[in-house]
Design a protein around this ligand. Structure first.
Ligand SMILES: [Zn+2]
Ligand SMILES: [Zn+2]
Length: 273
């Protein structure tokens, strides 16, 4: 698969290197671009109240490295099975036609969205999962691009695994698979940079995830908000929450909050219910 696409041998060592090494290069490239633009060069515009916390930044970057390397190791058996052709991954569009090239994108979105929502929901509801798996990611209450992949490796593995096991459930073109893995990493960085450009309420855009880090138990989706709305874990970023300090959510002048949150919504919750 990815090693094959790059013309490399699909041995465990090479595959680990491609995922851990390639993943690290890709992540630090896009996270650094986002950090440079929003937190340095145009900081006065996007995040005027931001102050670098060196200790937190060091911790965030350390856990990115631990998370990516650990995730690469945990994912290896799945990648080996895919490489040895035990999955339904395919490489030639003509095998399933163009209609399925587009159809599988929708199926993949529904499949990953559903599994990731409920995995994330369990992380926030099951005390030991919270404590031993997910709490690390929530140490960063006000996120930056560098904290987007600051995970316990088991956390990043369990939240990423739907993308990697999809090919065992339905035919998945290698190009679609690779694009989805690259895109979800880019998405992870984007939803942690605290700058939203698209504010479509059914999309789990950046402000939603900023609130997820602030309130902890709300907005658990991946790309969309439909599971949050159905289950009742949705909080709209269009509301002006009194306990969210100014500057945490970047709001251009054209996007004023529509209303003030009723106090019954409650405040921050750092622990699962
Ligand atoms: Zn996050
Ligand atoms: Zn969470």
């Amino acid at each position: 698969m990815i090693a094959q696409l790059l013309g490399l041998p699909d041995t465990p060592g090479v595959m680990f290197f491609v995922f851990a090494g390639g993943g690290m290069l890709y992540f630090f490239l896009i996270a650094s671009i986002a950090y440079y633009l929003y937190f340095k060069k145009f900081r006065a515009h996007f995040h005027p109240t931001y102050e670098l916390d060196r200790k937190e930044m060091k911790s965030a970057i350390t856990w990115v490295i631990i998370g990516i390397v650990g995730n690469g190791a945990l994912m290896l058996p799945i990648h080996m099975l895919i490489a040895k052709d035990y999955s339904k991954m395919y490489y030639d569009v003509s095998e399933h036609g163009w209609a399925w090239m587009f159809g599988q994108v929708i199926v993949l979105l529904v499949f990953t969205e559903t599994l990731i929502y409920w995995t994330h929901y369990a992380f926030h509801r099951v005390p030991w999962l919270w404590k031993y798996v997910h709490e690390r990611h929530h140490k960063y209450v006000v996120p930056t691009p560098y904290s987007s992949l600051s995970f316990n490796p088991m956390d990043s593995f369990l939240q990423a695994v739907p993308h990697h096991i999809a090919a065992f459930f339905f035919p998945l073109h290698a190009g679609v698979y690779l694009t989805s893995v690259l895109f979800v990493t880019l998405w992870a960085v984007c939803i942690h940079d605290r700058v939203s450009f698209f504010r479509w309420p059914w999309l789990n855009y950046t402000d939603h995830h900023t609130l997820h880090h602030w309130y902890s138990d709300f907005n658990l989706g991946q790309y969309f908000t439909f599971w949050d709305r159905l289950v009742g874990t949705y909080r709209s970023p269009k509301i002006d929450y009194e306990d969210v300090p100014d500057g945490i959510i970047y709001r251009p002048k054209s996007v004023a909050p529509t209303s003030t949150a009723p106090t019954a919504l409650g405040g921050r919750s750092a622990n699962p219910a």
